[in-house]
Ligand binder design. Sequence first.
Ligand SMILES: Nc1ncnc2c1ncn2[C@@H]1O[C@H](COP(=O)(O)OP(=O)(O)O)[C@@H](O)[C@H]1O
Ligand SMILES: [Mg+2]
Length: 280
Amino acid sequence: MAALALADRPAPTVAPAETRIGVANLDKVYGSGDGKVVAVSDVSFEIRRGEFVALLGPSGCGKSTILNMVAGLIKRSGGEIRIDGAPMEHGQVNPKVGYVFQRDTVFPWRTVEQNIGYGLEIAGVPAGERAERVRRAVRMAGLSGFESKFPSTLSGGMRQRVALMRTLIMKPEILLMDEPFGALDTHTKLEMHRILLDIWEEERQTVLFVTHDLGEALTLADRIILLSARPGRLKEDFAVTFPRPRDAVALREAPEFGRLFSHVWHSLGEEFRKAQGAAS
Ligand SMILES: Nc1ncnc2c1ncn2[C@@H]1O[C@H](COP(=O)(O)OP(=O)(O)O)[C@@H](O)[C@H]1O
Ligand SMILES: [Mg+2]
């Protein structure tokens, strides 16, 4: 897929070690009084330019809450968030940041190509350039032949590919993803991993990828930030040093994959048990 970049813009030429997302002492409390939920407590981490980081933890531990605060979609209760060194406030829209939601959020009344080109249309990109960029995105996502189809006629995996490309076509330098493949079956999920890894090899976005799926985190990320059960606190930070480019299917057979899986699983398993205990 080397020849299929989304656009011909040159790669950014800034020092590779620069911090793009800085989160310090982040807290989130929902509600008040008896209904108060402490969702996130004192979370700090930094993500450097071009790094692919997975935020991993059991369901309900505060992953989406953290991501939504980084995206400026919800207010934080305490702490600080910086994007490229600048303080991030709730409600700010940062054009460098793209967000892919947990559920595919395509427009049912638009075709595949109209969905993928939506952001470009809003941004006023001329029709000729738009068509060319959409065509490339369609090819990268393996959606050729489906350009004129409506979402209701597509599988869940195809719809999620449309949603993914609709965000990626805007060339976000920072990509926030909230369990984007969580609703897909294993086979479709692996196919999405392959597509995402191919695109990321080309674009090297800075990625914060939320998941509760350890296999997914190991396949995609350079680093795994493990959160505790609620309230989400930073528990451990694991480096994932498998060589790139990675083959999402073959990687799972590698002995190193198994070793790192067991290592992180031990720690994640403790948090799953705590989360189960709190729910029962
Ligand atoms: N709008 C909200 N109001 C009250 N509680 C919420 C709200 N959103 C999330 N929570 C609670 O905060 C905790 C963390 O939620 P969330 O960030 O969605 O977790 P995760 O994404 O890790 O599954 C959960 O206990 C959830 O019920
Ligand atoms: Mg969530």
